[in-house]
Every structure is written in structure tokens, then in C-alpha cells.
Write a protein that binds this ligand. Structure first.
Ligand SMILES: Cc1ncc(C[n+]2csc(CCOP(=O)(O)OP(=O)(O)O)c2C)c(N)n1
Ligand SMILES: [Mg+2]
Length: 290
């Protein structure tokens, strides 16, 4: 149990120190990681094309988030550790066993979609078999669910770690506070990974949060927190591997990491060109009537 942790600067610095001792992944692993990132980017580009051709209805770009998902997937034992991914973590779910075919089946809402058989919108990842905790529409509910899975893993002495990823907008929600507090009280084997792209849809971080370094909040719960460059796969890998090691050792308190990326990008629902025209016609007809 990790109650009553002192919030000292040393405590906050624990992860930063531990990261220094994490060795680089083997060359084959790095090559595999590059494949996940490239495949995610190519799929993403294709989906945007399909949307613009009017052949898809809902795209969630992962561009700029590939290095984060890849970094944390590299640090975990895939198939054993659980992930509750952010909706932009295509690279992570590819690493976890979702195939390009599966992702496109989800994009086209087909029965072959292993996430929800086409019943949830694209990017609502989830697979019991692959240890991917199902994503819900309301953000970021999956964070509390992830903590529940970590609690169960602890009770069952399963030895697994659960990683929850969410955006900087999601980080402002009560769920994250509740999840971090509960995880810290019970010393749960879990990692909080905030993918800070500096925007919540069109709202800049400054209007969502009074602090820019989201990782600094970990200290309020007695958890170590570190902020790394989310465009740097190896930096993310080291932070996550250090966090996972602590969690596995039962060092308690869970762990927390936040990251930023360099290219903020708008999210994600583009009306079809025909919808645009329809809306324009409608707006014009209203204007004419008034
Ligand atoms: C409770 C709730 N409110 C609003 C939304 C609509 N919504 C979907 S994604 C999103 C933006 C989330 O921003 P952030 O967490 O920073 O993630 P990003 O898209 O930037 O990666 C919003 C507001 C939602 N899904 N759930
Ligand atoms: Mg964001």
C-alpha cells in the first residue's frame, strides 16, 4: 500500500532518474516499432482520402501520435499487460495485434471489425483477447475502467500492468482525478499517459488548464510524473518502461507520465462534401427567407 507518500521533489523526480537506467530496445524491436508507426501513418492517410472521396464517414487522425503509442507498446508485455488506449493510438493497437484489415473493417463499420463488429464508431478500440480495454464515446471514461482492471490484476496477483492513455482535454475531467487518487491509495500497477497535443478540439490548452505540464499534477497524488517529448519514441519508451518496472515491482502509487507533441492537429469529423453543399444550400435558403 502506498498511502501517505510525501510529495517531495525527489518523489516527482523518481521516473526521470529511473529512465536513465532503461537500455535501448534491440535493433529488431526498433525495426518492428518503425513498422507500426509507418503502417499507422499510411492507414491514416488512406482513411482521410476515403473520407474526402465520400467513402467513409468518421476519421480520427493518429498523425503525430504514432511515436507515443509505439513507445508505450514497446515498453509493455503485449498480450499480457492491458492498455486502455487513446482514440488516436492506432500505432499502439497495431502493436497489440489489431491488423490493418481490422482497422479498416472498423472504419467501414463492417461485421469483421473485432472491436465492436461495426457497432461503435471508428477508433473505439477494444479486444478482450488482445487485452485492449474498450473505449467509450464519453471521454475519458476508460481511465477509471483501466484503474478497475489494475485493481483486479492486483487482487488476482496477475502481475500485469495497465496503461491508460487520454488527451490533454480528457485530463481536465473528474474521472482522471478519481482514477489517480484511487490508484495511488491502493498502489495499483497502472500508468497514466496523457497525450498532450495542446488542444481539445479547437480549444487551446491555456483555456483548459492552468498548468502546461500535466505531469506536474501527479505529485498531488504522491505519484511520480515525468514529461517527455511525445514525438520521440525512445523517450516515451524509456518513461513507460521505467513506469512499468515500478508498477511491476509493486512499488505502489502507480505512475504517471505526460507528454507533448510538436504538431497540434485539429480533431476529426469532416462533413462529406455533399453535406457541405447541403448545409450551404440550407443556410442560403434560410438567409433568403429572412
Ligand atoms: C464527455 C465528453 N465530452 C465531449 C466529448 C466530445 N469530444 C470528443 S474528442 C474531444 C476532444 C478531446 O481532446 P483531448 O482529450 O485533448 O484529445 P485530442 O483529441 O486532442 O487527442 C471532445 C471534446 C466526448 N467524447 N465526451
Ligand atoms: Mg488534445
Amino acid at each position: 500500500m502506498s498511502t501517505h507518500i510525501e510529495n517531495t521533489p525527489e518523489q516527482a523526480n523518481v521516473l526521470e532518474q529511473a529512465m536513465l537506467d532503461i537500455p535501448d530496445p534491440a535493433a529488431e524491436e526498433l525495426l518492428e516499432a518503425y513498422r507500426w508507426m509507418l503502417l499507422a501513418r499510411r492507414l491514416d492517410e488512406r482513411m482521410w482520402q476515403l473520407i474526402r472521396q465520400g467513402k467513409g464517414h468518421f476519421a480520427v487522425p493518429c498523425q503525430g501520435h504514432e511515436a507515443v503509442g509505439t513507445g508505450y507498446a514497446l515498453a509493455l508485455r503485449r498480450g499480457h499487460d492491458y492498455i486502455a488506449p487513446h482514440y488516436r493510438d492506432l500505432a499502439a493497437v497495431l502493436a497489440y495485434g489489431i491488423t490493418a484489415h481490422d482497422a479498416l473493417a472498423s472504419f467501414f463499420a463492417r461485421d469483421a471489425d473485432p472491436n465492436s463488429r461495426g457497432r461503435q464508431p471508428y477508433a473505439h478500440w477494444g479486444s478482450q483477447k488482445l487485452h485492449i480495454i474498450s473505449l467509450q464515446g464519453p471521454q475519458p471514461n476508460h481511465v477509471t475502467h483501466g484503474v478497475g482492471v489494475a485493481y483486479a490484476a492486483k487482487l488476482l496477483r496477475e502481475g500485469s500492468v495497465t496503461l491508460m492513455a487520454y488527451g490533454d482535454g480528457g485530463a481536465q475531467k473528474g474521472e482522471v482525478h478519481e482514477a489517480m487518487n484511487f490508484a495511488a491509495i491502493h498502489g495499483l500497477p497502472c500508468i497514466f499517459c496523457c497525450e498532450n497535443n495542446l488542444y481539445t478540439q479547437s480549444v487551446p490548452l491555456a483555456l483548459e488548464s492552468s498548468v502546461t505540464n500535466i505531469a506536474a499534477r501527479a505529485a498531488a497524488y504522491g505519484l511520480p510524473g515525468v514529461s517527455v517529448d511525445g514525438m520521440d519514441t525512445l523517450a516515451v519508451y524509456r518513461a513507460m518502461a521505467a513506469a512499468a518496472e515500478r508498477a511491476r515491482r509493486g512499488d505502489g502509487g502507480g505512475t504517471s507520465a505526460a507528454r507533448r507533441r510538436l504538431q497540434p492537429r485539429r480533431s476529426a469529423r469532416l462533413p462529406l462534401p455533399t453535406e457541405y453543399l447541403e448545409r450551404r444550400r440550407h443556410a442560403l435558403s434560410l438567409a433568403r427567407r429572412s
